[in-house]
Design a protein around this ligand. Structure first.
Ligand SMILES: [Zn+2]
Length: 56
């Protein structure tokens, strides 16, 4: 499982990949639950990367 960096839901990597709900940013791949989360991320990735580390 991966974590959607936008809404913080758990996302299945294979499902996200098959739906093309992934983004590459700074050498990392991010997975999303839905197209709108991917859009938010793509518009402003810096707002979302790193957040998951702060919260755990
Ligand atoms: Zn999401």
């Amino acid at each position: 499982m991966a974590r959607d960096p936008v809404c913080e839901m758990d996302v299945d990597e294979q499902q996200a990949t098959s739906k093309r709900l992934t983004s590459r940013y700074r050498g990392q791949t991010y997975y999303f639950c839905c197209p709108s989360c991917k859009e938010h991320f793509d518009q402003d990735p810096d707002r979302y990367v790193g957040r998951q580390y702060e919260q755990h």
